[in-house]
Design a protein around this ligand. Structure first.
Ligand code: IPD
Ligand code: CA
Ligand code: CA
Length: 255
């Protein structure tokens, strides 16, 4: 299953790169800013065909084609291109995210950035890796020594205002900086390997964080929802960190 997850992510990455060198068409899915391109669809088809050829009985939860439920303990959760907006604008920050869940619990997570050739991988109780090298979260234990990252969903109303307000409060805590990369899966992986110390986002879908959540916990970090409730694939928002600044982050997010 590990080999399948990695192969699917790498093959999908190749497809995405082929589209990256051309001009792709994008259509919007509901919200004006929520784009889908031919690359998202081609990547997803490739991943599904690789998984189905090896595990035809497993269930699937995918961003572009929805759910395919089978009587199986296993479910693959797939974001074929995380960071579509970046990809469309040729901003070099996007990835493929594939997770395997067993009875609702994460077993395997793979996030592949095809441009930088960075493959993040984790398996339950076996640690987290970047290109086969073990990774760990940072040791930063104070907000005023941290670099944070946040994401904004596509809505520009209440949640956007709330996120901006939270951002302001973190700046008042004298954080070193706050970034917005445009790829939730990479935000989690970058926190897992210590490039960021904490990440939050107020609205997400399961495929955005299904793989990254395992990668961050296996790297020694922590992930809850933005209120501090225990991790679940069905949660609607995320707070993730190196663990050391988690409590303080939650306090700021909820005050
Ligand atoms: C989006 C990205 C972005 C996050 C959005 C996601 P997509 O995924 O992860 O960073 O802020 O909430 O929807 O649409 O590019 O797969
Ligand atoms: Ca996504
Ligand atoms: Ca996507």
């Amino acid at each position: 299953m590990k080999a399948t997850a990695i192969k699917a992510a790498k093959e999908a990455g190749k497809i995405i790169l082929r589209y990256y060198s051309k001009n792709v068409n994008a259509t919007s899915k509901g919200d004006t800013y929520n784009l889908v391109t031919e690359a998202d669809l081609a990547s997803e088809n490739k991943i599904i065909s690789i998984i189905k050829s090896r595990f035809p009985d497993h269930s699937l939860l995918t961003e572009e084609s929805g759910e395919e439920i089978h009587k199986s303990d296993y479910c693959w959760v797939i974001d074929p291109l995380d960071g579509t907006n970046n990809f469309y604008h040729k901003f070099p920050m996007f990835c493929v995210s594939i997770a395997l869940y067993k009875k609702g619990k994460p077993l395997i997570g793979v996030v592949f950035d095809p441009l930088k050739k960075e493959l993040f991988f984790a398996e339950k109780n076996r640690g987290a890796f970047l290109n086969n090298k073990k990774i760990n979260v940072s040791n930063v234990n104070k907000l005023n020594k941290s670099l944070l990252v946040l994401g904004f969903y596509y809505e520009r109303g209440l949640l956007m205002r709330k996120s901006l307000g939270q951002m302001k409060k973190f700046f008042y805590e004298n954080v070193h900086g706050i970034r917005r990369t445009g790829s939730a899966a990479l935000d989690l992986c970058y926190t897992a390997c210590g490039r960021f110390d904490g990440y939050w986002e107020l609205k997400l879908n399961p495929w955005d964080f299904a793989a990254g959540s395992l990668i961050i916990t296996e790297a020694g970090g922590r992930i809850t929802d933005a209120q501090g409730k225990r991790y679940s694939l069905m949660m609607k928002n995320v707070a993730a960190s190196n663990g050391k600044i988690h409590k303080h982050m939650l306090k700021i997010l909820n005050e």
